[in-house]
Design a protein around this ligand. Structure first.
Ligand SMILES: [Zn+2]
Ligand SMILES: [Zn+2]
Length: 134
């Protein structure tokens, strides 16, 4: 049985369905995520290609770097996805899931810009930059 769940933005205009089989969840401490969320880090869940489907697509789209597109609800501003192009375009903001229960945060990236007041998450793999070391 696939672990099928739904998620969406605060106002309900943008909705998706995601199959969490083989998912990975991690915290990103990069400065772009700090600005985009207004908090110390963002938590994303990535799934293999083809396992994320929009029920109603968000209209907001922002490009903070040449690497990635961030999609958000243009009505309420909720950050929804981080799209890094081919092979890396199935990352949803974990907090947008209706039910994130049972999701373990297994890694943290861009810890170089972690807030000094936020300690490393126990048991999570730590990467100074991205998990590929780039
Ligand atoms: Zn919305
Ligand atoms: Zn980030």
């Amino acid at each position: 049985m696939a672990d099928l769940r739904q998620g969406g933005c605060l106002c309900g205009a943008a909705r998706y369905e995601i199959n969490l089989d083989g998912h990975q969840t991690g915290n990103c401490h990069c400065t772009d995520c700090q600005k985009n969320s207004g908090g110390p880090f963002m938590t994303f869940t990535s799934v293999p290609e083809g396992q994320l489907r929009w029920i109603s697509r968000p209209e907001g789209e922002a490009r903070a770097s040449d690497k990635a597109v961030r999609r958000f609800c243009a009505k309420c501003g909720t950050p929804l996805t981080w799209d890094g192009g081919k092979g890396n375009n199935n990352n949803v903001s974990t907090g947008s899931l209706d039910d994130p229960s049972g999701l373990e945060i297994s890694y943290e990236i861009f810890t170089d810009s972690r807030w000094a007041t936020i300690p490393p998450l126990a048991g999570a793999r730590q990467y100074k930059r991205d998990s590929a070391g780039t």
